[in-house]
Design a protein around this ligand. Structure first.
Ligand code: URA
Length: 431
């Protein structure tokens, strides 16, 4: 087959700061998916994009080309509005678990195509697989049936959705080209648009435990994704939320399921409840229900009923005890004082080293691995008080997890005033 373009020309054009035309981007992605553009050429182009950026039209073209590399799903005909949520990932971010059944309890369909964890941020599917019997893999028909009958589904994305993104992401992961706003935005939004949701709420995180450390970077990423959603006809709103401190008190797999169930039972840590309710309100407004009251659905058990049905529909036993760890270890405060920081990234890395996450795609994770925090910033603590409990099935993992936690708990002298940062820093409305 005679190719209309030469990959080297397109790499050089981007390397020198130029913009690629729509047909050039479409060809590049298609040829890469067919194997006509080599991995090293695509990697070089990704590096050129990371260094030179892309304009709004190029980002839209790249997103559309990645969507066109695979199948598009459709949730038309369900008889319910569909709203999805995507988080850019953080430590202790279990919000999807209580959120999907909460929003679905108002008659909205919430199709959560989720992933497994890689690196220090956990994966939603890994967490739910701690529930005995629960299955992540559903056929498209089973997913539609569950959405029609229950409204909430959390399952693995099929391989047919934006396969070009899957291949490009694997290259970016090993070539230092993940941290590019055009590449992250097109990667996330190609999958969300291909999935066929009617509306989308983005939780874009910033801080030490997030992809984007600085607020300004997260804001640019959020605006880029809101623009992409809007251009594709998906009503998209973004919240910018802090990720310097882990969300809630549980980080890991089974421990995060337990905390999510506490939220569904009307309790749970205040930051997890605040974010779950705020995101649910945004999603319900996007679904045409601006006056719905998510707090009431947590308090009166409606959200819990939907959770139980959602888990059972995917083979899980919502009443089964969750796996317990074989080994535990505690971290204690060295002195009296006020806890003023708990480094999210350090806690995420420690939980990962305990076995809650994986270093390579496909590795198994430990359901019982993770960390329970017993104090949050603002708490006054005494010398010797337990700050955290580490959980794992393998004692040999504990020393490296403890090393990751060195310095993660930042203390100030007794009586120091502590003012928390707002959890939700900004909202970027649909344009
Ligand atoms: N998540 C994605 O799906 N893609 C990225 O590029 C980064 C995070």
């Amino acid at each position: 087959m005679t190719e209309p373009f030469d990959a080297v020309d397109l790499i050089v054009r981007k390397r020198d700061g130029g913009a690629l035309e729509t047909d050039q981007i479409a060809w590049l992605v298609d040829a890469f998916t067919r194997g006509a553009v080599a991995d090293e050429q695509m990697s070089a182009w990704a590096m050129a994009v990371l260094l030179r950026g892309m304009d709004r039209r190029e980002i839209r073209d790249l997103t559309l080309a990645m969507i066109d590399s695979g199948e598009r799903m459709s949730f038309a005909g369900l008889g319910r509005p569909t709203v999805d949520k995507h988080s850019t990932g953080g430590v202790g971010d279990k919000i999807t678990l209580p959120l999907a059944p909460l929003v679905a309890s108002f008659g909205v369909a919430v199709p959560q195509l989720s992933g497994r964890g890689l690196g220090h941020t956990g994966g939603t599917l890994d967490k739910l697989e701690a529930i005995p019997g629960w299955r992540a893999d559903l056929t498209p028909d089973a997913m539609r049936d569950q959405l029609r009958e229950i409204g909430a589904v959390i399952c693995a994305a099929g391989a047919g959705l934006a396969p070009a993104d899957k291949r490009l992401y694997a290259l970016r992961d090993i070539t230092g080209t993940v941290e590019s706003i055009p590449l992250i935005a097109s990667s996330i939004m190609s999958k969300k648009i291909a999935e066929g949701t009617g509306a989308l709420l983005l939780d874009v995180k910033f801080g030490s435990g997030a992809f984007m450390q600085r607020f300004e970077q997260a804001e640019e990423l959020a605006r880029t994704m809101v623009d992409l959603g809007t251009d594709a006809g998906v009503m998209t709103v973004a919240l910018l939320t802090g990720m310097s401190v882990p969300l809630g008190l549980a980080v890991g797999n089974a421990v995060e399921v337990t905390e999510s169930v506490e939220v569904l039972a009307g309790g749970g840590p205040s930051d997890v409840v605040e974010l779950t309710v705020a995101i649910a309100r945004e999603m319900l407004a996007l679904a045409g229900l601006p006056d719905a009251d998510p707090e009431a659905a947590l308090a009166d058990g409606r959200a819990m009923d939907t959770w139980r049905r959602m888990i059972a529909a995917q083979g899980g036993d919502p009443d089964a005890p969750l796996p317990a760890p074989a080994e535990t270890e505690v971290v204690r405060a060295a002195a009296d004082g006020v806890l003023v920081g708990v480094e999210a990234k350090a806690v995420g890395v420690a939980s990962w080293r305990l076995g809650a996450g994986r270093a390579r795609q496909g590795e198994p994770v430990q359901a019982a691995a993770g960390i329970l925090l017993h104090a949050k910033p603002g708490d006054t603590v005494r010398a010797g008080q337990v700050l955290a409990t580490l959980q794992t099935d393998e004692a040999a993992r504990i020393p490296r997890a403890l090393a990751a936690l060195q310095g993660a708990h930042r203390m100030a002298p007794p009586g120091t005033a502590y003012t928390p940062e707002p959890l939700i820093a900004a909202r970027i409305p649909a344009v």
